[in-house]
Design a binder for this molecule. Structure first.
Ligand code: UGB
Length: 612
């Protein structure tokens, strides 16, 4: 039916291969030569594209799929014969002496670190139409996730000193690539050198119609194969096939730190995790959180294989309960006396040792532990409700490591301090909260930043009033004073303690404090209202004896009858900015505020404005 005439040499070999792999159905409905040739060409191009973007090509994809679909059909359990136990790792109290010690070690370690942000997912679950990294982390400063991440890396870079530029790779997808690139370009890469950032775009993979791994054509278009995302595990193959990881290792990178798209607090825990990796030489270290039993995050477990070797790995939440029950944990996935599951919660924030990582990718070509999760029509497990595809998860990387590898975790015991992602829509968040689980919503994501900052200030000795209990989007939440500081001001506890004489700081429960500047020292401050400090990198500001009382900023629940933005809607509040004192110093110099000396009164006062 006209296929011969259309084929290039390359097409010919791919089509031949596909026919040998029992995929003739892709071409059987083609009309005679001369009809629908453009559409036929389109399908051939798409097949070439799918072939190029999977390690080993479509032939390897179909072979892997047949194997995994057979395992799934026969009900083979991926963890069959594995005996779970609670793994070893480091548990740290946020702000403790030990935490600070690891944090400082992590700062030194970060000189040889590269960073990877996985940001290929869209915010469908969240009910947000934009890319998630463009969402504001909190409304006090209005900084978006990507800005906070990049500033955190730059803050670590400037603490490391020298001219080294810490590299950042961002995994995007067809859904997020163009908008991520534009966000970076429109904002001058948030201060990074453009060459410091590499975008790696993940491609979708072909869908499968049945247990024999026949590729699925679109329902309304027989000239297009259905495709779906392959999962965040693609990051490993992309770092390998792009050659980026090898270039990093050659340039002296020793650690690779991974993080997700909407966790503004990740850099509160990541330096300490880098320190733990360096101290214990972990090939893989998961920054983890205490996990509530049955919560929809995976549990990190140590699994003894039938051959006696052990594998420390995340067990996804739907598999943990049956695995535990099959191994003598009569009640399965339940909390222990601490009120949490004994298995630390995986949050996909990983620190990998670069050389063993590169070695593992060389061996596996970056294809690590794929799985398939078809929804079967009935118990015969032969037909699917809808097409499926192979998937992979970044946290499954230990499957690529030798049994001798050192795999550990770093738990920050205070669950709100290092993990509060923005994942769920208001309705889903309310349901999670009702079930006693963290809501992981835009509301909690913002309020946990204030809570963590207030906790850090309190630990340093400040008087922080509050919190006030409020209700937003049906969630009952603690609203702490709205404190936000730039990573350049403080990326570690030691920075905070060096810059704030906390015992002489008091914030009222309604205070809002935004610090946007590196060289700012607060010697004494009494704040009841809003204060915004904005200084250029060359300006040094000391605040001493400042008492602020103004109408401030109010976090107001939304009125459902009034227009609202998507960013406000997913939070359930808006900020009514009534009055603030704004201290702005945009030119080089040393400033004191308030400055009561006659000589500098004029220049100091010119930096301060009351904002309506
Ligand atoms: N992502 C991609 O970059 N590409 C993809 O194809 C898919 C996602 P989700 P998920 O922290 O609570 C994970 O969708 O997969 C990016 C862990 O598996 O937010 O449901 C995406 O942009 C789980 O064990 O999470 O669950 C985002 O940055 C638990 O740790 C990241 O991957 C859970 O996260 C995660 O994607 C959690």
């Amino acid at each position: 039916n006209g296929i011969e005439a259309l084929l290039t040499e390359q097409d010919r070999s791919l089509v031949q291969q596909l026919i040998e792999l029992d995929q003739e159905h892709l071409f059987l409905s083609w009309p005679p030569p001369g009809e629908k040739d453009t559409e036929k060409k389109g399908l051939l191009e798409q097949l070439q594209h799918l072939d190029r973007n999977y390690t080993g090509g479509l032939a390897a994809y179909i072979k892997n799929a047949k194997h995994l679909l057979e395992d799934s059909r026969s009900g083979k359990n991926a963890f069959e014969g594995f005996k779970p136990s609670v793994p070893d790792g480091k548990k740290l109290d946020f702000g403790s002496a030990e935490f600070k010690e690891f944090e400082e070690l992590g700062v030194t370690t970060s000189k040889e670190a590269a960073f990877v942000l996985v940001a290929g997912g869209l915010g469908e679950r969240l009910g947000y139409s934009g890319i998630k990294v463009a969402l504001p982390t909190e409304l006090a400063s209005g900084k978006c996730f990507l800005e906070v991440y990049i500033e955190s890396i730059l803050a670590l870079q400037s603490k490391a000193g020298g001219s080294a530029q810490l590299p950042l790779a961002i995994m995007t997808s067809g859904d997020t690539h163009a908008r991520t690139e534009k966000l970076l370009q429109d904002n001058a890469y948030f201060g990074m050198q453009p060459g410091q950032v590499t975008l790696l775009k993940q491609e979708k993979v072909a869908c499968l119609n049945d247990v024999d791994a026949h590729l699925a054509l679109e329902k309304d278009n027989p000239f297009a194969v259905q495709t779906k995302p392959h999962g965040h595990g693609d990051v490993h193959a992309l770092l390998h096939t792009s050659g980026l990881l090898k270039r990093w290792v050659a340039a002296g990178v020793r650690w690779v730190a991974f993080f997700q798209d909407t966790n503004a607090l990740v850099f509160r825990g990541l330096p300490a995790a880098l320190g733990v990796s360096a101290r214990y030489g972990y090939d893989m270290n998961s920054l983890a959180v205490p996990r509530k039993a049955k919560e929809a995050i995976g549990g990190i477990a140590s699994l003894q294989r039938p051959d006696g070797t052990a594998l420390t790995i995340n067990v996804e939440y739907n598999l943990l309960d049956p695995l535990l029950r099959a191994n003598g944990w009569a009640d399965g996935d339940v909390n222990d006396d601490s009120g949490y599951s004994p298995f630390p919660g995986n949050i996909n924030q990983l620190v990998l040792k670069a050389d063993s990582y590169a070695e593992a990718l060389e061996k596996t070509q970056g294809i690590i532990a794929e799985f398939v999760n078809p929804k079967y029509k009935d118990d015969t497990r032969t037909a699917f409700k809808s097409s499926t595809r192979l998937e992979c998860m970044m946290q499954d990387f230990p499957h690529g490591l030798p049994p001798t590898a050192a795999v550990g975790f770093t738990v920050v015991n205070q669950v709100w301090a290092a993990y509060s992602p923005v994942k769920n829509s208001p309705a889903d968040a309310a349901a999670k909260a009702a079930g006693g689980n963290p809501s992981h919503s835009a509301t909690s994501g913002e309020l946990d930043i204030y809570r963590t900052n207030c906790a850090a200030l309190r630990m340093a000795g400040a008087t922080i009033e509050g919190p006030e209990q409020r209700e937003f989007n049906g969630l009952t939440v603690d609203l702490w004073p709205r404190v936000s500081w730039s990573p350049f001001f403080a990326i570690t506890f030691a920075d905070l303690e060096a810059k704030v004489d906390a015992e002489k700081v008091r914030l009222s429960k309604d205070a809002a404090l935004v610090i946007n500047g590196a060289d700012v020292h607060i010697k004494s401050l009494d704040l009841d209202g809003a204060l915004v400090i904005d200084t250029a990198p060359e300006a040094s500001l000391v605040i001493d004896g400042l008492k602020v009382q103004n109408k401030g900023w109010k976090w107001q629940a939304l009125n459902p009858n009034k227009p609202m933005t998507e960013e406000q809607m997913i939070r359930g509040f808006l900020v009514c900015r009534r009055e603030a004192l704004k201290l702005e110093y945009h030119t080089a110099g040393s400033y004191l505020y308030p400055d009561t000396s006659d000589a500098s009164k004029e220049s100091a006062m010119s930096g301060a404005t009351a904002m309506a």
